[in-house]
Design a protein around this ligand. Structure first.
Ligand code: NAD
Length: 286
């Protein structure tokens, strides 16, 4: 944490894989968090994920003077937040509905950051009554350990919204790289092609998942190969992201490989379900 907090509290909407990780990282920087999800089970899982994330963060980064996280199923609890980060399921219609309903509960000067893998921020901004306050904040998991955030600037955003987000990111010790709004931004337009091709290659038996990933880490210096990354993100989120990219950039490059849909149907979602390209025990990968 650096200096006094730029906002009294940060709201986090959606307590899944990345929402719980965002909540943890914000709280770790000393800013109180209101974590909202419509699912009580998701909130219970998020509490556990935050405890696990904190154990890892302590090992890697040392102890922190964390602020509290309030877990709530009630959206009106977000009303006093100066910044809200939306992280609900990667589904455009759902995200549109959530942003419309956030209009009803947030203060008019609250800034709304959208954490999405591929949905254009402008598309969501235009369904709200305050389109200039939406900005993209594409966080990477685990948020407490990854120091850079892809920030997405629409053509209609208010500079104040960008400044407010930037102030919170700086407080969290993050750097940002600002890009223009375009489905998938920079990271996922590239990463999802790697994941899709790597999944197809391993399904075709050209190389197993471990071999694919070892080539990316050993030859290209990537910290994690595309299939281990896919397991961390969640195969469900990967398929939804590819669907959004296919809708905006055409099906040739982004139609999900059949194996990804088969894994989705089988419930092999990666770390979150215990099995994806790899298998996981409670303690981690086997
Ligand atoms: N998984 C990642 O590593 C990652 C990284 C960056 C961005 N994202 C993006 O973040 C978003 C969330 O991804 P995830 O992997 O955490 O998904 P997830 O499926 O793990 O979690 C989504 C959560 O949203 C909740 N939700 C659904 N409808 C809601 C509503 N109306 N109000 C409040 N909560 C609601 C669900 O209950 C669930 O807990 C997606 O847009 C995804 O593309 C994911």
């Amino acid at each position: 944490m650096s200096g006094s907090s730029p906002v009294d509290a940060v709201g986090v909407v959606g307590a899944g894989v990345i929402g719980s990780s965002v909540a943890h990282a914000v709280a770790r920087s000393g800013i109180p968090v209101v974590l909202h999800d419509i699912s009580a089970d998701a909130l219970t899982r998020a509490r556990r994920a935050i405890e696990d994330g904190e154990r890892l963060a302590r090992l890697r980064r040392g102890p922190a003077d964390s602020a509290p996280v309030r877990f709530t199923e009630e959206p009106t609890d977000l009303k006093d937040c100066g910044l809200v980060v939306e992280n609900v399921t990667e589904d455009i219609a759902l995200k549109e509905a959530v942003h419309r309903s956030l209009d009803e509960v947030l203060a008019p000067d609250c800034v709304v950051a959208v954490n999405t893998s591929a949905v254009p921020i402008t598309r969501l901004a235009l369904v709200t009554n305050h389109p200039a306050r939406l900005v993209g904040a594409h966080f990477m998991n685990p948020v407490a350990l990854i120091d850079t955030v892809e920030v997405v600037r629409t053509d209609i955003v208010d500079q104040r919204a960008l400044d407010q987000l930037e102030a919170v990111l700086r407080h969290m010790g993050k750097r940002s790289v600002v890009v223009r709004d375009e489905a998938g931004f920079v990271i996922n337009r590239c990463l999802m092609m790697f994941v899709n091709e790597a999944a197809a290659l391993s399904a075709a038996g050209v190389a197993g998942p471990a071999e694919v990933d070892r080539l990316f880490s050993g030859c290209l210096g990537h910290r994690s190969g595309p299939l281990r990354t896919a397991d961390l993100i969640g195969v469900d989120t990967i398929v939804r992201t590819l669907d959004v990219l296919a809708e905006h950039h055409g099906p040739e490059r982004f139609t999900p490989a059949p194996v990804l849909r088969q894994m989705l149907d089988a419930g092999h979602l990666g770390r979150k379900s215990g099995r994806g390209f790899y298998t996981y025990s409670v303690e981690g990968e086997q």
